[in-house]
Ligand binder design. Sequence first.
Ligand SMILES: [Zn+2]
Length: 467
Amino acid sequence: MKFDNRTTESAVKVYAINKVAEKVSEKVKKRLLKEQCQEEPKFECASINGELVIVTSLIKDTEHGVRVFGADLVRYLDANQHEEAVVELDHTFEKKAHRIAFLEGALLSTYRFDRYKDVSKSSLKNLLIVGVDFLEEEIAQAKIISDSVAFSRDLVNTPPNDMKPSNVVDAFKSMADEKVKIQVLNEEECSVLGMGAYLAVARGSKSNPKFLHATYKSKKSTKRIALVGKGVTFDTGGLSLKPPKSMLNMKSDMSGLAVVLGVIIAVSRLDLAVELHVISAIAENAVDGDSYRPDDVVKASNGKTIEVKNTDAEGRLTLADALVYTEKLDNELDYVIDIATLTGSAAVALGSDFAAIFSRDRKLVDSITEAAECQGEGVWQLPLPKSYKKLLKSEVADLSNIGSTPYGGAITAALFLEEFVTTSNWAHIDIAGCDFNNGSAENCKPNGALVPLLRTLTQWVKEISDA
Ligand SMILES: [Zn+2]
């Protein structure tokens, strides 16, 4: 879809109800005015001076309200097979952030994963916007965000037979521009670094693990940030095999990785003044004669030993070595944030609209939560009680890879990760449960991969770089 000023007679006109209220029928007016302060905009066909137009209810005057409006508008036009539309926008769009959000919503709603299907493409080709002037850079910024999100969603949606660790690396290399330096460590190099926890997980798969470290360094950077993503390209559960239903959509167990790759692509294209490291210990958790077992004891690269009590708690083993590696980077980091589809417990606690965030740094939690609110993405803090550390006790190793009770699993997973971090400026985000939409598409959310918090973390990095 393009935003331009080339339009034809056949373009449908879109107005806000407050602009044309006196010109439309009482029936349409009543219906739309009733919807006024709702979360989502409504659209109605109406006739003005014999011409067919689309009238919309007033939209919520917030950044995300405008984003949802852009998305719903494009979905409506597309569903009604309009190829071109002229949209008259009002004062709601005077704020720059609102204009960008509108364009983002419009573009995000056009995402489809149809690479494996022969389907007709969307009908809407051109959107002409009048009443408000959009700057070139605003359109560019919205495109950077929606392109990064689409790239990351494609990574997750691609079937796992075509998205093994090496495929992720290749796809990222072809998308990232030269400002992003990419380093990939193979199995041997990881072994030299003592990454016994990560390599144990990878052992059961014929697809070789790839440890990815991407760096973007602006000349104007004053802050150093590392984002660590869980990158399990498919999770069978290993020998602690998942039941068939729970194994469906486990291609999305690399959502954390997809998110951090999308963030570095967006941050580099937006030229933000920051030093950003993106790290992931990429592997597939498969079943094989050489798979790691329950009862095994593995050693992470900080020297800590871990008793494996469940091979399906593999994400934290890969993250443990990724976090140790991150903290060994030459320069002192201002923030370390990991993001992972880590525990079903996070999904049980918070449902599909909120990710769980864990940190001892209150300011860090607040700044990420505020960015999420702007982006219409949910984040909610869960505690890191030291008293729960005893649940990770092992009789044979320094710690166990799962908690000793069935409760509070998202918390014990976060406490496990904390054993591999020394900085206090660390946050862990568990996106299990809000990473994938099995239902139909709505506003900015397509069916399939959602890559939650990609936009939030990009905005958060921007705020850090602006500060
Ligand atoms: Zn697992």
